[in-house]
Every structure is written in structure tokens, then in C-alpha cells.
Design a protein around this ligand. Structure first.
Ligand code: HEM
Length: 344
């Protein structure tokens, strides 16, 4: 019995490779909703956000109102898991409990990124188990030091809230704000646990055109349409598009600092994974900022090969992709080998 092809097959049409704007209207509630992989994804997100905070999360002061709007949307969309009784109040409570882990971008870094306070042995911002109702869990005999700690935590709350949202949502999220003078969109914060070989921590504070500089010809072809589009998105809908890549490990987190294996020959079929990056852009009406969500799906090459259109589309994209783009995507050395694996 034949089954419907999975949605990712559409990202590999039987066409020559080109940069595509490719935005389609979608539903934000659906994009950010928990899926059947919720527990597994959140466990990974928690791991990276706690063990490598500086590379995964940042919140410039300018991002704080955007974060609050994103949290309000998350609550409205019901995209924070209801079963755990997570409400806006719980998220707020999570935010005032200290978060362990290293400093994001260094304390007092020029970017002005904020962080939660670190208390050895303290509960994490999102300790397992139900969150404490506001005001509970701090005994009557609580010391002055504890009160001081609470006040510090409260001051640090925005960054703890940023981390909390990063641990509750399955997708990575980025917050972009238009510059008051130029209107150019700058990346001002978010949580990125599953990057495809780019460094979130180096992009924070930068305008989108600068962020896109490493992508060959992207700015020549699409900087203006992207800028115009971001300035015009109306609240309500999510605008969705997809990127794809290939990797030599199924790890969701492909941060360059991890030194994961690269796609260089010789390669076996079971050493190659397709990475499909579903993206959603959502307007933040109060701040006029943009929420950018990224969901990663990793598919073994053997599975790709079960879908003839996707197999043809991927081989054709590799054959027709300019060398500069193959190089950017770390596919130049493996191109021939990958096409051979797809065509045999
Ligand atoms: C709205 C339309 C957008 C389009 C058409 C677009 C397009 C692209 C394309 C084609 C790539 C190359 C990906 C690849 O083939 O591997 C890319 C990379 C990237 N994009 Fe976008 N993008 C858009 C919006 C955004 C936004 C809002 C952000 C938020 C910061 C963003 C951040 C990035 C980053 C971080 C990379 C990786 C850059 C690197 O490797 O250093 N993009 N984008």
C-alpha cells in the first residue's frame, strides 16, 4: 500500500538549484506546537542550553520587549506543553529561579547580553517536575542572603525567560528588530540549539544582510526583497520557507565548535543525512519586530532514496549548484561521491 510522501520531499524538486525566497502562508500555532518528538527534543534543548549557554542563547536589552511578545504569543497559541501545567505565570516563575551554566557572551560583554545568575547547587530555571506556584517554595525562615539572591534573579529575569522559552519550545527561535533610523532588521536575541554549521553567538547584534554575507550571492539576489518583506509582515500568519543541507552525522546541533565529521570522500550511504530546516516568520505587532522559528529534521540518505523525486531533485541540485555555494554548504569535496550515492 502506498503512503503519502513526507512533507520534506517537496524541498527537493526536480529543478536546477537556485536561491529561493519561497515564502508561503502557514499557521504559527501549528509551527510552534509540540510534536510526538517533544520529550526527546526538549531533553536535547535543555542539555545544550545548560551546558553551552554562551553559544546557544543571547538577549540584548533591545530584545526584551520582543521576548515578552513572543512569550505572550506562545501562551496564546497554547504551544507550551499544557500537560505540565505551564502557563505564563509558570514561565514567569521559571524565570526567577537561577539558571546554571556559563555566561552567555561573557559578563559585561560589549553586546550587552543578559544572563541569569549562577548559583552552585541551585535549581535550574526549568527544573524537572512541576514549577512552583509564584511565592511558594521559599520557607519562612529564608535568609537575607536568599532574599538578595531572589532580587538578583529577578533583575536577571529577562535572560532566564529567554532560556525558559528556549527550553519549552521545540523550534529554535530568533528575535529581529528594525533599526529606528535605517529600518534594517538586526538579530537581537533568541535560543539556537540546532544550528547548521553557523555560529549564533557571532550573529547576535548584526543586521540581517551582514548575517547573510557568507551565503554566496544571497544578498545580491534577495537582500532587498527580504528587507521589504520583513517590514510588511502582518500579525497573525506565519510565513514559512525551507532550507536544506547535508551532514555526516545525525546530530541536530552542528555548531562548528563541536568539530563534527565533514562530508569528504570516501563516503558510505549510511554516513550521510539530509537536514531539512523549516522556518517560520511571525510579526510582533507591538515592537514591530519579527519572531523567526527554525525546526530541524534529519533524514538518513537511505530514507531519501526511498523517494524517487527527492532523490532526483537532490542529485540535480548538487549537479547544478555553483561551486561557491557547494563550498559554503561544505559539499564541494563530496559532490561527485554524493551524486554517485544518489544515482546507484
Ligand atoms: C526571509 C527570507 C529569508 C531567506 C530567503 C533566507 C535565505 C537564506 C539562505 C538561502 C541561506 C543559505 C542556507 C543554505 O543553503 O545552507 C540562509 C542562511 C542563513 N540565514 Fe537566512 N533567509 C531568510 C531570513 C533569515 C532570517 C530572518 C534570519 C534571522 C537571523 C536568517 C538567518 C540566516 C543564517 C544565520 C544563515 C546561515 C548563515 C551562515 O552560514 O553564516 N535568515 N538564509
Amino acid at each position: 500500500m502506498s503512503q503519502a510522501a513526507p512533507a520534506w520531499v517537496n524541498v527537493l524538486p526536480d529543478e536546477d538549484y537556485q536561491h529561493s525566497f519561497g515564502l508561503k502562508a502557514g499557521r504559527a500555532e501549528k509551527f510552534f506546537a509540540p510534536t510526538e518528538r517533544h520529550a526527546e527534543l526538549l531533553a536535547q534543548r535543555r542539555h545544550w542550553l545548560r551546558s553551552d549557554t554562551a553559544r546557544c542563547a543571547a538577549l540584548l536589552p533591545a530584545a526584551e520587549p520582543l521576548l515578552e511578545e513572543a512569550i505572550a504569543l506562545a501562551v496564546k497559541w497554547n504551544s507550551l506543553p499544557g500537560a505540565a501545567g505551564l502557563t505564563a505565570a509558570a514561565l514567569h516563575q521559571a524565570a526567577v529561579v537561577p539558571h546554571p551554566g556559563p555566561l552567555p557572551l561573557g559578563e559585561g560583554a560589549a553586546t550587552g547580553a543578559r544572563r541569569g545568575t549562577t548559583s552552585a547547587g541551585s535549581a535550574s530555571a526549568l527544573a524537572d517536575g512541576p514549577p512552583l506556584p509564584a511565592g511558594e517554595g521559599r520557607g519562612e525562615g529564608e535568609s537575607a542572603r536568599h532574599t538578595e539572591g531572589f532580587q538578583q534573579d529577578f533583575k536577571a529575569a529577562p535572560f532566564a525567560r529567554c532560556l525558559a522559552l528556549g527550553e519549552f519550545w521545540e523550534p529554535d527561535y530568533l528575535l529581529l528588530k528594525p533599526d529606528a533610523v535605517t529600518g534594517r532588521f538586526h538579530l537581537v536575541g533568541g535560543c539556537v540549539c540546532f544550528p547548521s554549521s553557523w555560529r549564533f553567538e557571532e550573529k547576535v547584534g548584526k543586521p540581517l544582510e551582514v548575517i547573510h554575507t557568507p551565503v554566496p550571492h544571497l544578498n545580491d539576489q534577495l537582500a532587498s526583497p527580504i528587507h521589504n518583506f520583513l517590514g510588511r509582515i502582518k500579525p497573525g500568519a506565519a510565513w514559512c520557507r525551507t532550507n536544506w543541507g547535508l551532514s555526516r552525522s545525525p546530530e541536530l546541533n552542528q555548531h562548528p565548535a563541536r568539530g563534527l565529521p565533514k562530508l569528504v570522500p570516501p563516503l558510505r550511504e549510511d554516513e550521510v543525512w539530509l537536514r531539512v530546516e523549516d522556518q517560520a516568520l511571525v510579526a510582533l505587532p507591538e515592537s514591530r519586530g519579527v519572531l523567526f522559528g527554525i525546526r530541524m529534521t534529519v533524514i538518513p540518505l537511505a530514507e531519501v532514496k526511498r523517494h524517487p523525486t527527492a532523490t532526483r531533485g537532490l542529485a540535480r541540485a548538487l549537479r547544478t549548484m555553483p561551486d561557491a555555494m557547494l563550498d559554503y554548504k561544505s559539499l564541494l569535496a563530496a559532490k561527485g561521491e554524493l551524486v554517485r550515492l544518489l544515482e546507484t
